[in-house]
Design a protein around this ligand. Structure first.
Ligand SMILES: [Zn+2]
Ligand SMILES: [Zn+2]
Length: 173
């Protein structure tokens, strides 16, 4: 996938423990950051900030002693410019969906929009989410389902605009 940014390219720290293997899933669950995302992050000339933001998310997850995450919680993240950042990657259990059963049922992909600032997914981001889903189907035996974090867990994630897109069948723009 030409839009993929590998862990080496974004400067990921190694996981604290080996990821748990995941042969296949029923599909993919979509997340958002659930915090303020700068509204100008989506400007075409701001992509250089995205890798630092993914490193920041990884650092937050590694510092979360309640969750005890071994790595960034998502299998992939998609920036507003439509690039797909490799998280735990394919065939690895995520930490984002709520519990182990949920994490084994679906991969987790995070859209880099939030609950304030940048809240609306643009065309590039939606295309990137479709690319991430296709990548996990091709390389991770992801099944056909595309759902939201809130399907299965009491949370606002992934926010209303993305959830409407999911309910519409997560179409490629
Ligand atoms: Zn979520
Ligand atoms: Zn970007």
């Amino acid at each position: 996938m030409e839009t993929l940014v590998t862990r080496a390219e974004w400067g990921a720290l190694p996981p604290l423990e080996q990821w748990r293997a995941l042969p296949r899933t029923r599909g993919v669950k979509i997340h958002y950051e659930g915090r303020q995302v700068p509204a100008d992050l989506a400007l075409p000339d701001r992509h250089h900030r995205c890798a630092a933001r993914v490193r920041e998310i990884q650092a937050m997850h590694l510092a979360d002693t309640v969750q005890g995450w071994i790595d960034i919680a998502y299998n992939a993240l998609v920036c507003p410019h439509g690039r797909v950042f490799e998280g735990r990657g394919a065939h690895h259990e995520s930490g984002a969906n709520g519990d182990r059963g949920l994490n084994r049922a679906h991969y987790a992909v995070c859209a880099m929009i939030g609950d304030s600032g940048l809240t609306e997914p643009g065309t590039a981001l939606l295309n990137g989410l479709c690319d991430a889903v296709d990548w996990l189907r091709e390389h991770g035996a992801a099944g056909p389902e595309v759902a939201g974090h809130r399907d299965g867990r009491d949370t606002d994630c992934p926010g209303e605009p993305l959830y409407r897109w999911i309910q519409a069948g997560a179409p490629r723009p």
